[in-house]
Design a binder for this molecule. Sequence first.
Ligand SMILES: [Zn+2]
Length: 455
Amino acid sequence: MRTRRALLSLLLLAFLAGAAAHSAHPLSPAAGRLAAYLRLDTTNPPGNEGLAAAYLAGELVRGGIVAERHVSPEGRVSLVARLPANAAPRGGAIALLHHMDVVPAGEGWSVAPFAGEVRDGMLWGRGALDCKSLGLAHLEALLELARSGAPRHRDLLFVAVADEEAGGLQGAAWLWEAHPELFAGVDLVLNEGGANRAVLGRSLFWGIEVAQKRPLWLEVIARGRPGHAAGIQLGSAVHRLVAGLARLVERPPVWKIDPAARAYLAAVGRLDPNLGRLEADLEAVIAPEGPRRAIPPGLPSLFLDSLQVTVLAAGEKQNSIPAEARALVDIRLLPSTDTEVYLAEVKAALGPDLETRVLLAAPPSAPTPASGPLWDRLVAELRDEAPVVPVFLAGVTDSRYFRERGVAAFGFSPFFVEAEPMRGVHGPDERIPLAAFDRGVERMKRVVRALVSAP
Ligand SMILES: [Zn+2]
């Protein structure tokens, strides 16, 4: 009898423990969908965005919304769905944009990067922050709005694109070329690029990206006579490439005060006295040859065109001279830098022997003004939690394809995530805290509802 009772209570304990372990991190329906999305391997290259598009289209159809697949000539799939206004129109459409592709997982993960695993109250996987969580928040906002029947004075677009991580040529750029009608009348795009700051559980500010750098991606090619490595060949392809690249990377950087950097420092300086002092003193501190006093880490990229040689390729055998050597160079230009002038300087440094091919370039585009009715509406939804700061981003996103054509774009993330998990973006152990994700999804619903009902 006693043994039986003991056994029963043991079983009960085991059951409770199991239930507790399980309920410690119960997944919300949205988080469950994010886990499923993370399990679709959309590593770019090759992208395989068709997998993700099929999944998202299925979720949309379940909510009564038909999405259209658009396939680029190289077979890359993007997805667009439209929820039309159901009340008197008060303006153009709002587009919710995210990219379905992710960068390769790389080494150093403590979980399988495409398992959608929950551990320590977080959902782990490549894309958890960049940017499948954002896409899921967009999806939830659209589905809820469709369900609720709340008045919508604007069309709402859900746009999931391919290929952002490789520059967007088969995604956003191609969609604009092949189907500009999709974006006719769009007043505002909400996209990735938001840079919110949270420290020790405190939300410091919402960073809404309004300006960014422009990519200039180059391939540099050297050619020479192939042969046996024992021969004397000072001007081999590899030697010429290495010498040219050395001249390129040894040029002293030129520091510049871009209007976008100044505007950002003025805005964030109101919250951070250090940055406020820097902004007040900018001409004195930032000289062309470098800052005259130490500036906070992270800021130099806002004053410099960045140049990184990222890929080198030549030869297969130690004792043969290859006929060709190549390098890939990733350059990010400040908004005010002239692409042609910069490119001419690069070519001059590389020298006449080397061929330079432009793989990706972007025309200049004006920042989106941090003002106007839609900005005000966004700020009104967010400011109770933290102040809102318009941000100049050192990276690049698909927003440039919209800004180039005069369409306003805000980089807005609804999530507050602290610095440690944020290190997973493009690195190992990318993950999003479930609580931050669920709160962010609710915020996105609120923000989108407010924007489509805005006067
Ligand atoms: Zn991204």
